[in-house]
Write a protein that binds this ligand. Structure first.
Ligand SMILES: Nc1ncnc2c1ncn2[C@@H]1O[C@H](COP(=O)(O)OP(=O)(O)OP(=O)(O)O)[C@@H](O)[C@H]1O
Ligand SMILES: [Mg+2]
Length: 287
């Protein structure tokens, strides 16, 4: 197994031009196949950190390494093939006239044959479920569709790691579920390494194996979803909350005496936990 992290932040400090420090001594290692969520409240530094990881911002001090090599040692084209960044707002990313031209833009700049470009575009549009939109002007696609087109453009570069900034923000319930399932499949089935910046505590346990919590520019905890959400003090201090389903089971336990054990973080886990509780202590049926 390759033990060199695919991407690594070492003691990263960052200041914007106004001289206000936004990242403080951030250390993070992401390995091949990881699905890491950067979980934090608004303004904590998620976007700043991922822009630093993608080489768009340069740390004041510290280093970002990609495959063990300093990020500034890569050419732009080499970097795009290793680290793919999907912006929160698709408008910041999409610029070509049509959907297929936009998705083809990156691969075409790698001097691939037109055949290979087409193969990659077809594949990426298919995976994102937007093949039917390929001839459409970008601005005739909905916001949710544009988000998927932006991901397709990054995927077509076949990066080793994809970094996504709030990919579910602004999506309707169906769009959000589709996005969650898409990201899960990309990671679990295609082995894509994923870093997801979000504040969505309900979504994160459905996808991430590991959560890194940022608070005011500091990476304060790195652990499994269960380790993170069992630390109520951490959740409170970092202006987060428990997933709704976790709070529901907690209320049932505390207020209604339901003997539910564990810390379910998803609907599936809550169902398992409650079934187990009721099997141990079946409720009399009054009908
Ligand atoms: N270009 C900039 N110049 C100066 N300060 C900035 C700039 N961009 C962001 N900041 C500040 O840096 C801090 C971190 O912002 P950042 O966008 O990284 O947070 P975030 O966790 O992504 O927030 P959100 O959840 O709202 O997207 C904030 O205080 C923000 O005001
Ligand atoms: Mg942000």
């Amino acid at each position: 197994m390759n033990t060199i992290p695919l991407i690594e932040a070492r003691a990263v400090n960052f200041k914007y031009e106004n001289n206000v420090q936004v990242l403080f001594d951030v250390n993070l290692q992401v390995r091949q196949g990881d699905f890491v969520a950067l979980l934090a409240a608004n303004g904590s530094g998620k976007t700043t950190l991922i822009k630093t990881l993608a080489g768009l911002l340069t740390p004041e001090s510290g280093q970002v390494l990609v495959n063990g090599k300093a990020i500034n040692g890569y050419t732009q084209s080499e970097l795009y093939q290793r680290v793919g960044l999907v912006f929160q707002n698709p408008n910041d990313q999409l610029f070509a006239a049509t959907v297929e031209e936009d998705v083809a833009f990156g691969p075409r700049n790698l001097n691939l044959s037109e055949e290979e470009v087409k193969r990659r575009v077809d594949e990426a549009l298919e995976i994102l479920g937007v093949s039917a939109l390929r001839k459409r002007p970008i601005h005739h696609a909905s916001f949710g569709e544009q988000k998927r087109i932006a991901i397709a453009g990054v995927l077509a570069m076949r990066p080793s790691v994809m970094i996504l900034d709030e990919p579910t923000a602004g999506l309707d319930p169906e769009g959000e579920l589709m996005m969650v399932s898409l990201l899960r499949n990309l990671n679990r089935k295609s082995g894509m390494t994923i870093i997801l910046a979000t504040h969505s505590v309900d979504t994160v346990p459905m996808v991430a194996d590991r959560i890194c919590v940022l608070n005011c520019g500091r990476l304060v905890r790195d652990g499994t979803p269960h380790q993170i959400f069992s630390n109520l003090e951490l959740i409170r201090t970092c202006r987060l909350r428990l997933p709704y389903v976790t709070s529901l089971v907690d209320d049932l336990r505390r207020l209604d005496g339901v003997p539910a054990n564990g810390l379910p973080l998803t609907v599936a886990e809550a169902r398992e936990c409650l079934l187990e509780a009721f099997e141990r202590k079946p409720q009399p049926c009054e009908l």
